[in-house]
Design a protein around this ligand. Sequence first.
Ligand code: HDD
Length: 690
Amino acid sequence: MKKDNRINESSKDKQLEQFRVDSSGEKLTTNQGVRVSEDEHSLKAGERGPTIMEDFHFREKMTHFDHERIPERVVHARGFGAHGYFQVYESMAHLTKAKFLQDPNVKTPVFVRFSTVAGSRGSAETVRDARGFATKFYTEEGIYDLVANNIPVFFIQDAMKFPDLVHSFKPEPHNEMPQASNAHDTFWDFVANNTESAHMIMWTMSDRAIPRSFRMMEGFGVHTFRLVNDQGVSHFVKFHWKPVLGVHSLVWDEAQKIAGKDPDFNRRDLYEAIEMGNYPEFELGIQVLKEEDEFSFDFDILDPTKIWPEEIIPVHKIGKMTLNRNVDNVFAETEQAAFHPGHVVPGIDFSNDPLLQGRLFSYTDTQLIRLGGPNFHQIPINRSVAPVHNNQRDGYNQMAIHKGQVSYHKNSLAGNTPSPAAKEEGGYEHYQEKVEGRKVRSRSDSFKDHYSQAKLFWNSMSEPEKQHIINAFRFELGKCKSSDVRQQVVNMFSNVDRYLAEQIGEGLGLQVQTDHMGADVTLSSPALSQENTVKTAFSRKVAILADNGFSGKELNHLLMAFREKGVQGKIISTTHGMIKSDNGEDVEVSDAFLTTSPYEFDAVFIAAGEESVNKLKINKDALDFIDETYKHYKALGAVGEGVELLLAVGILATESGPGIVASREKDDIGNVADSFIQAVAGHRHWSRKV
Ligand code: HDD
């Protein structure tokens, strides 16, 4: 009888279940299953004598420990993953035969790993960098990986340059500095000598490179892929992930401070959101082009340094991914997850993008060293939910016990099985693109425009976003010690925009020395600006500053309003423990000033109550909390005596201040709470003078 391959949301979870081990309540054993009688002392010849070789328990425990580490990923070493599922909105049969894109009732299990690119496995998460956004779909036809970034273009056009690029941004080899940062000479030297990087540099200097949350960033497949339907008709596509919470970023000063205060900021946010049931959601979007439109644009669709502007080729949202389960064990699942853009299912195919073609080699190759041999697909997180049958055998860590005599094809002894599947039976067939050409090491002329879309990006930014880009260039290039490299970069970016280059130069004491050589692009793409993104207060974190004697009535009202909108309110006070309201109610403090910081919150509210406010007024930590929140353009709210604290740090307490909601009238709490929640949804209030 034919096996039923249909999968559902829990198929992967069920598969993982057989590998889970719960040791709580059990007796301690060796790896051989022998119970251990003692676990604190090695076996010795006399209490003060030497350790005895036959102590198998000590030897095993120590040997295993000595081998606990594996090589970290050569890029994207720092990452965090979660499980979930994907559901298509309606059948995509007209575009692709991929089964997981046919039936809106099917929930396909997924595993996602978000990452930074440059830093080591233990580096801080809020550094300026691209973010990885890799998704593994466990489909009934095998594994499909969408190995994406939160930036839609790449630094280089050909995979041949990838090792050079990575060597340039990793810490410099003679002193292994700086960690998790592109702000150093070799990276900018690479940029100046590889001008195809101009477009991606604009993105990495923008707010996109310091996301507020993994839940609040887009994902992009970057390359052009193909979708192929049942009739063999192919369309070119680009893949997008659109976060339901909108695209939001940190402020650079804030990001740097978080790197010290909470280097785990992004993973903590993701982990806590999932634990609380605020499941992160992303819609899958596709841009679709007919084969015959391949050459209809002023950019080459095979060039990974180019976007397809959404206003010209719209993004159709075709489904939604929900992340609803944290991993049980980070090493076993997240660290051992092996993604590969070459893991595709029937109905999804490649384009000739030379960066993509090179990636198709690199990913398996890197897993061989990282995960120790060719059987990494058998590690639980990497296992397909669809059955796996072939003649591959042996190798390190072979987990399967392949039965039978035969491990070759073709054969008679096993009736020529496992046998290749016809197309109708789900056999993968590569799209039969006609290809002709000479063997050459060169690049098409159509890849040679390096500046037009960098300028398009610049044109699309709001004024605050432009200023952030200028500031980022000044910071990053300012850390580059070579004045020659600095000058080259300033000159290079005058090809994007003269004003931008002059502004960067001004910060570095340099003049633009060359004429503008880029195209005069006047177009903009509003979809690129974060000003136009979704704004919501849902799941945002607010610090409520309070101390003994706070006004209970107003606080309760505020917390109720927060609950209605899914805002998290955390009481921050001078010490841990309980504080008492003016009507004798006890409230538990979430964190003391000592163990948290304003950088970990989206906004601050100051509770009313004379006694509470008088205590906080003389607490430098409380005043700093407010001051830093103001400096980072975040919402501030106060009611009743709480307003005094805003005055104490020199913030004008009027309702009209950008992102500042304050009223001395305690009875106003209803309006104050509503307006404050709106200000939190506003994310950052750039018109504020700081
Ligand atoms: Fe890559 C990891 C994304 C270009 C070679 N890449 C890696 C990860 C992501 C991306 C998200 C982490 C996956 C995980 O969480 O385990 N990479 C991209 C994107 C690119 C890109 C969006 C451009 C469009 N990458 C790229 C090129 C090459 C590689 C051109 C080499 C030819 N990437 C690798 C790698 C990594 C990797 C060395 C390191 C660890 C791993 O693969 O598993 O093979």
